[in-house]
Design a protein around this ligand. Structure first.
Ligand code: NAG
Ligand code: NAG
Ligand code: NAG
Ligand code: NAG
Ligand code: NAG
Length: 945
C-alpha cells in the first residue's frame, strides 16, 4: 500500500512543480492598478469567510503588489491571480482546513485580462462558475482541489488560448485512496465535479495539459473522440473518472508525455494505439483490470521513464522486453498475478530507482543481476513465492537503497556477520522471511532506520545490546513472533524525536527480566507473551502523554496496577491480562475516558468495582474474568452504553443480575457472568439486548424459569455472528461447548451461544427458544428443567453443541434432532428421557453411550437396551410423535455434507491454529494495512490534542 501512497504524492509533486513552466507571463508589481480591477478583487475578498491571513496584503491602492496578484508590465491590467494554497503533508495531517474558504464572487468576471488563474487547493464552495469561460486570454486554469463542484460549464470551450487545464478533484481521489475497494462512485455527490458532455474540450485547440482526474465523466461519454482533436496534448490525466476504453482508429495526440488512466476499473488488454505515443514518458494504468500479454511494442517506447501497472490482472510472466527500457526510473508491477521468475535481464535497467514486484506469484530465485541496479532506492519483492538465498552480492552496488521489502516470502537472508551493507535503509520489512537463527548483525550499521519489521522471521537469539540504539530512534518496530531471548532493551529513547506516533511490538518472544521504564514517545507498545516479571513501571517517567495502546498480557508481572497509568488519558487499549497483578483496581482508572478496551482477565485483582468505571463512556470491551472481584456490579456501569463485550466471569460477584444491563447496554453482543455468585431470576430486560450473540450465566445460583421472551433475541436469529472489532485489538472469548472450554478469537467469528448450565433454573424449555436459529451452542445442563425437549429443536440448524444433561427432562428424544447436520457434541445424560433413540444422519456419528447415560427408559443403539422388549404403552405414544416429527422433517432438509464444512469452520476459528491465523492476519495487513497504518493511525492521530 505504501507503494501507491508514494506514487500519489509523487503525482501531487509533478502537479505542483512540473508543468507550468512553459507558460511564462510577464508581470510586474510597480505599475498602478486599475481601480475597477482593484474593486473586483476586494469584493472577491469580502465573499470569503476564512482567509487564514493569506490575503492580509490585500489593502491599499497598489493591487499589483498584493500577494498572488500579477499585472501586465506595460498595460497594468491584472493578468495573473495565483491563489493556490500551499499544502504540505504536514498541513494535511495537522489541519483539516487550509486555504481560502467561501464563495467565489462574480466580481472576478471583471478581470477581463486574466491569463493565469490558479485557485487550487482551497476550500471554495459553490459550482464552477460559468464566467470562467469569458476570460478569452486565459492560458492557464487550475481548479484542482479548489472545492468547487458541479457540472463543468461548457463555456470553458471558449478559452481557445488555454494551454493548461487542471480540474482534478482531489476530494474524490483522496477518498478512493482511503478505500480502494471502490475505485469510483464512493463519495458524497455534493462534492462531485461532473462532465455531462466533453464537446467543449475539442475546441481548446492550444491545450497541452489536461487533467480531469477524479472528475466524473462516466462510461457513456466518448472522451477519446473529443480529446483526439487536441494534437498538441502533452499530458492527459483521467484517473478515477469512470471512463472506459473505446476502440480507436487513429490517435492524433502522438506527442503525449504523460498518460494516466488509473483507477477506472478498465477491463481490457493494453491498447495497441499506445504504440503510437512515441514520446510517452509516464504511463500509469494502475487500479484497473488490464490483462493479457504485455505487448512487445512497449519495448519500442524508449522515452518511458515510469510505468505503473499495479493493481491489474496480468497473469503472464514478466516479459524480458521490459528490460529494454534503459531509461526506466520507476517500474511498478505490484498487485497482479505475474508468475514465473524475475528475468535476469532486469539487471539492464541501470537507471531504475523504484522497483515494485510485490504481491504477485513470482517464483524461483532472485537473480544476482539485481545487484547491478546501483540507483535503486525502493525495492519491494514481498508477497510472492520467491525462494532461495539472498547474498551480499544481491546488494553489492545498491548504495542508495532506502526501502527494502521482502516480507512473506520464503527467502533466506544469508549475510556474513561482519557484512557492512553499502546502503542506509529507512525501512526494512522482512516478516516471515528466514533471517535467523542469529540476530542480523548488519542492522547495527543502519542508523537511519525508521521502520523495521522482523515479525516471524525465525530469529532465536539474544537481543544484542546495540539494538537499544535502534529501539530508541525507530518509529515502527515489530520483532514479534520470534524466539528472541535476553533482556528487554533499556528504553532510553531520543526525546527530541518529533514523531509522536511510535509503535513497538516485541510480543511473543522469550524476553525476560524487568520492564522498568516506558520508552519515550511510544504510542503503541506490545510486550505481551514474554517472560517479563516484576512490577510494571511505577513512575510516569518517560510515558508518552499520548500513549494509546499498552499490551502487557501473558507475562509474569505482579504488584498492583500503578496509579500513574491514570494520567495517560489518551489510552485506548489497556491489556494486562494473564499476569499476576493483585490488589484493588485504582479508582482513578475512571480518568481514562478514551479507553475502548480494558482487559484485566486472569489476574488476582480483588475488591469491588470502582464506581468511577462508569465514566469510561467510550468503553467497548470490558474483560475482567478470572479475578477475585466481589460485591454487586456497580450500578454506574449502566453508563457504559457503548459496551459490546462485558466479560465478568469467574469472579466473586453476587446479588441479582442487574436489570439495567438489558435496559441500558443495548450494544452488548457478549455478556459473560458465569461462575460467580449471582442469585435471583433472569431479568426479563435481558430480552431487550437485541444485538446479543453470546450469553453465559452458567455456574451461579440463579433460580426461576427461562424467560419466554429470550426467543426474541434477534442477534441469535441471524446465522453468522458479526462481531464488532476495534482496529487495534483482537477480541477473544472463552466458550464452554462440546464439553470443553474453547478460546475463540474474532478472526473468524464467535459462536452464537447460550449457556445457563449449573444453576437452579426450573420450569420447561420454552418453545420460543427454538426461534434462535443462529445458536451454535446451547447448554442448559445441571438445572431442574422439566418437560419435553421441544419437537422443533431440529430448527436450530447451526447447532454444533447441545447439552441438556442433568435435568429432569422426560418424554422422547425428538426425531428432528437428526436434522442437525453440524451437531458434533450432544449430551442428554441423567434425565428421565424414554423411548427409542432417533436414528439417521448426523446423529448416527454420535454413538457414544455416555450421551444417553442415566435415562433408564431409552432404548435402541447405541444403548444396549433393545426397543423390541419395550412395553406397548409408550410404543404407542412414540408412533404419534413420530408422525409429528416426520412432518417437521420436511422442513429440515440439508444434511451430511454440512457437517464437514461446519467442522472445518470450527477448526479454523480455534485459537490454536496459529500459523494459519497469523498468515491470514498478515495478508489482511498487506492489503489494507499500510494504508490503515499510515492514514488512519498516523495522520488522524497526529492532530494536535
Ligand atoms: C519597475 O521597477 C523596476 C525596478 O524595481 C524598474 O527597473 C522598472 O523600470 C519599473 N517599471 C515601471 C513600469 O515603472
Ligand atoms: C484526429 O482524429 C480524428 C479521428 O478520431 C479525426 O476525425 C480528426 O480530424 C483528427 N483531428 C485532428 C485535429 O487532427
Ligand atoms: C499508429 O501509427 C501507424 C504508423 O504510423 C499507423 O499506421 C497507425 O494507423 C497508427 N495507429 C493509430 C491507432 O493511430
Ligand atoms: C544516490 O543518491 C544521491 C542523491 O540522493 C546521488 O547524488 C547519488 O548519485 C546516488 N548514488 C547512486 C549510486 O546513484
Ligand atoms: C452516569 O450518568 C449519569 C447521567 O447521565 C450521571 O449523573 C452520573 O454521574 C454518571 N455516573 C458516572 C459514574 O459517570
Amino acid at each position: 500500500m505504501e507503494t501507491s501512497f508514494l506514487v500519489f504524492f509523487t503525482l501531487l509533486f509533478f502537479q505542483r512543480f512540473g508543468t507550468s513552466t512553459d507558460i511564462m507571463i510577464m508581470t510586474s508589481s510597480n505599475v498602478t492598478c486599475f481601480e475597477n480591477e482593484r474593486q473586483s478583487l476586494l469584493t472577491f475578498k469580502q465573499g470569503l469567510t476564512n482567509t487564514h491571513n493569506v490575503l492580509s496584503t490585500w489593502k491599499g491602492v497598489e493591487c499589483c503588489k498584493w500577494q498572488g496578484v500579477g499585472c501586465h508590465s506595460r498595460t497594468g491590467h491584472v493578468v495573473k491571480l495565483d491563489l493556490r494554497a500551499l499544502v504540505s503533508l504536514e498541513t494535511l495531517m495537522l489541519d483539516d482546513s487550509f486555504g481560502l474558504h467561501g464563495k467565489l464572487s462574480n466580481s472576478l468576471e471583471n478581470l477581463k485580462h486574466l491569463r493565469y488563474l490558479d485557485l487550487s487547493m482551497n476550500e471554495f464552495s459553490g459550482n464552477i462558475p460559468k464566467f470562467l469561460g469569458s476570460f478569452e486570454r486565459l492560458k492557464y486554469l487550475n481548479l484542482s482541489g479548489s472545492g468547487l463542484y458541479g457540472v463543468v460549464p461548457h463555456h470553458l470551450g471558449n478559452l481557445s488560448r488555454l494551454q493548461y487545464l487542471d480540474l482534478r478533484n482531489t476530494f474524490v481521489l483522496d477518498k478512493t485512496y482511503d478505500d480502494h475497494k471502490s475505485f469510483s462512485g464512493y463519495f458524497d455527490f455534493s462534492e462531485a465535479v461532473i462532465v455531462d458532455d466533453l464537446g467543449w474540450v475539442s475546441s481548446l485547440s492550444s491545450l497541452r495539459h489536461l487533467d480531469l482526474s477524479g472528475v466524473t465523466i462516466g462510461e457513456h461519454i466518448n472522451w477519446f473522440h473529443q480529446v483526439n482533436m487536441l494534437p498538441s496534448l502533452l499530458t492527459l490525466h483521467l484517473a478515477c473518472s469512470g471512463i472506459n476504453l473505446p476502440s480507436i482508429k487513429y490517435v492524433n495526440f502522438t506527442s503525449l508525455n504523460s498518460l494516466d488512466l488509473s483507477r477506472n476499473g478498465i477491463d481490457s488488454i493494453i491498447p495497441i494505439w499506445l504504440s503510437n505515443l512515441t514520446s510517452i514518458m509516464h504511463l500509469n494504468l494502475q487500479f484497473n483490470q488490464f490483462h493479457g500479454q504485455i505487448p512487445g511494442f512497449l519495448g519500442t517506447l524508449n522515452a518511458l521513464t515510469s510505468i505503473n501497472l499495479s493493481f491489474n490482472s496480468f497473469n503472464t510472466s514478466i516479459p524480458e522486453l521490459l528490460c529494454n527500457f534503459s531509461s526506466l526510473l520507476h517500474l511498478d508491477l505490484s498487485k497482479n498475478m505475474f508468475s514465473g521468475q524475475i528475468p535476469v535481464s532486469i539487471g539492464l535497467l541501470l537507471r531504475l530507482e523504484d522497483l515494485y514486484l510485490n504481491d504477485n506469484k513470482l517464483g524461483g530465485n532472485i537473480p544476482t543481476s539485481l545487484g547491478k541496479l546501483s540507483k535503486l532506492k525502493n525495492l519491494d519483492l514481498s508477497y510472492n513465492s520467491l525462494v532461495g538465498i539472498l547474498f551480499e552480492t544481491h546488494f553489492s552496488t545498491l548504495k542508495n537503497l532506502t526501502h527494502l521489502v521482502l516480507s512473506s516470502s520464503s527467502l533466506v537472508l544469508n549475510f556474513s556477520s561482519g557484512w557492512i551493507p553499502p546502503f542506509q535503509l529507512q525501512n526494512f520489512f522482512a516478516s516471515s522471511c528466514n533471517i535467523g537463527p542469529h540476530f542480523p548483525n548488519w542492522l547495527q550499521t543502519q542508523t537511519n532506520l525508521q521502520k523495521l519489521d522482523l515479525f516471524n522471521s525465525s530469529i532465536a537469539d539474544t537481543l544484542p545490546e546495540w539494538f537499544d540504539n535502534i529501539v530508541s530512534h525507530v518509529l515502527e518496530l515489530d520483532i514479534s513472533n520470534n524466539q528472541i531471548h535476553g533482556k528487554l532493551p533499556r528504553f532510553h529513547g531520543d526525546i527530541s524525536n518529533q514523531r509522536k506516533f511510535r509503535i513497538l511490538k516485541m510480543n511473543s518472544n522469550k524476553l525476560k527480566g524487568l520492564f522498568s521504564t516506558f520508552p519515550s514517545n511510544v504510542s503503541w507498545i506490545d510486550l505481551s507473551n514474554n517472560l517479563l516479571s516484576g512490577y510494571i513501571p511505577q513512575t510516569d517517567g518517560r510515558m508518552n502523554p499520548s500513549l494509546e495502546v499498552v499490551k502487557l498480557s501473558k507475562n509474569r508481572f505482579n504488584g498492583s496496577i500503578p496509579i500513574h497509568l491514570c494520567k495517560v488519558t489518551s489510552m485506548q487499549v489497556l491489556d494486562l491480562s494473564q499476569n499476576m497483578f493483585s490488589g484493588r483496581l485504582p479508582s482513578c482508572l475512571g480518568n481514562l475516558i478514551n479507553l475502548n478496551v480494558i482487559n484485566l482477565a486472569y489476574n488476582t485483582i480483588t475488591g469491588v468495582l470502582p464506581r468511577s468505571l462508569g465514566s469510561l463512556k467510550d468503553l467497548i470491551s470490558l474483560h475482567l474474568h478470572n479475578n477475585r472481584f466481589q460485591g454487586d456490579i456497580s450500578v454506574s456501569l449502566q453508563n457504559l452504553t457503548n459496551l459490546v463485550t462485558m466479560d465478568l466471569g469467574n469472579n466473586l460477584f453476587m446479588g441479582a443480575i442487574p436489570f439495567w444491563i438489558g435496559k441500558r447496554l443495548s450494544n452488548l453482543k457478549t455478556l459473560n457472568l458465569q461462575s460467580n455468585k449471582f442469585t435471583g431470576k433472569i431479568p426479563l430486560q435481558i430480552c431487550q439486548l437485541s444485538a446479543l450473540q453470546y450469553l453465559s450465566l452458567a455456574n451461579n445460583s440463579i433460580t426461576g424459569t427461562i424467560p419466554r421472551c429470550l426467543g426474541n433475541l434477534s442477534g441469535m436469529i441471524i446465522t453468522t455472528s458479526d462481531y464488532y472489532s476495534t482496529s487495534n485489538y483482537e477480541e477473544s472469548i472463552l466458550v464452554t461447548m462440546k464439553g470443553r472450554q474453547l478460546s475463540y478469537t474474532m478472526i473468524i467469528a464467535f459462536p452464537i451461544s447460550l449457556d445457563f448450565s449449573s444453576n437452579n433454573i426450573f420450569g420447561e424449555i420454552p418453545d420460543g427458544l427454538m426461534n434462535l436459529v443462529g445458536l451454535m451452542n446451547l447448554n442448559l445442563s445441571g438445572n431442574l428443567i422439566k418437560g419435553h425437549i421441544p419437537f422443533t429443536i431440529g430448527g436450530l440448524k447451526q447447532l454444533e453443541s447441545l447439552d441438556l444433561s442433568m435435568n429432569e427432562l422426560s418424554g422422547q428424544i425428538p426425531q428432528s434432532l437428526t436434522s442437525l447436520s453440524f451437531l458434533s457434541y450432544l449430551n442428554l445424560s441423567f434425565n428421565n428421557l424414554s423411548g427409542p433413540i432417533p436414528i439417521g444422519n448426523q446423529i448416527q456419528t454420535l454413538d457414544d453411550k455416555s450421551i444417553y447415560k442415566g435415562n433408564d427408559g431409552l432404548c435402541g443403539p447405541p444403548v444396549s437396551r433393545s426397543c423390541k422388549e419395550n412395553d406397548t404403552s409408550y410404543n404407542h405414544v412414540g408412533k404419534e410423535e413420530d408422525q409429528v416429527d416426520t412432518m417437521s422433517l420436511w422442513f429440515y432438509v440439508g444434511m451430511g455434507p454440512g457437517f464437514v464444512v461446519g467442522f472445518i469452520g470450527l477448526l479454523g476459528s480455534l485459537h490454536f491454529i496459529r500459523n494459519w491465523r497469523v498468515a491470514y492476519f498478515k495478508t489482511l495487513e498487506n492489503v489494507y494495512g499500510w494504508l490503515t497504518l499510515l492514514v488512519v493511525l498516523n495522520l488522524a492521530r497526529l492532530r494536535p490534542e
